[in-house]
Write a new protein. Structure first.
Length: 151
């Protein structure tokens, strides 16, 4: 006799969801209107290169919020990249939001992105206002460095 769905009993601690159940999309930490899987998740989890310096900036912000040192180091130009980041050893940071103020591709292989990232450390609010520089190397955008604005 074939097994019918109503005959299936969940194991202890498990729940069977109806076929019509769909997971709610997870908002992307970068603040874009797309959900994480269709936004920064394509770069962080699926390995697709960011098509623009702005997309790389957004995905790097998301990587900071998720503690993804591997992605941050992989998207940092080797001439500028630190040996390690040790985000886990830093004071816990609660990331609050990213605002892209300006994105300018200065030539086919160079771009700048000006942004403001808001965050809290120990309950105290901070903002990082930076103009970051990016270079396109082997068809991939990489972060090089940036200038921090003193607002």
């Amino acid at each position: 006799m074939p097994c019918r769905p109503r005959d299936i009993q969940p194991k202890m601690g498990h729940t069977i969801l109806p076929a019509s159940f769909t997971l709610m999309p997870t908002p992307c930490p970068c603040g874009a209107s797309a959900d994480y899987a269709r936004c920064c998740g394509r770069h962080l989890d699926d390995g697709l290169p960011a098509p623009t310096a702005e997309a790389l900036m957004r995905s790097r912000y998301s990587a900071f919020t998720l503690g993804r040192e591997d992605y941050l180091l992989a998207t940092w130009h080797p001439d500028f990249r630190p040996v390690e980041l040790n985000l886990a050893g830093d004071t816990p940071t609660k990331w609050l939001g990213l605002q892209i103020k300006r994105h300018e591709q200065t030539d086919p292989t160079h771009a700048i992105v000006e942004f403001v990232a808001r965050y809290k450390i120990g309950g105290r609010a901070h903002r990082l206002h930076e103009t970051s520089r990016f270079v396109r190397l082997d068809e991939r955008w990489l972060y090089t460095d940036g200038d921090i604005h003193q607002d």
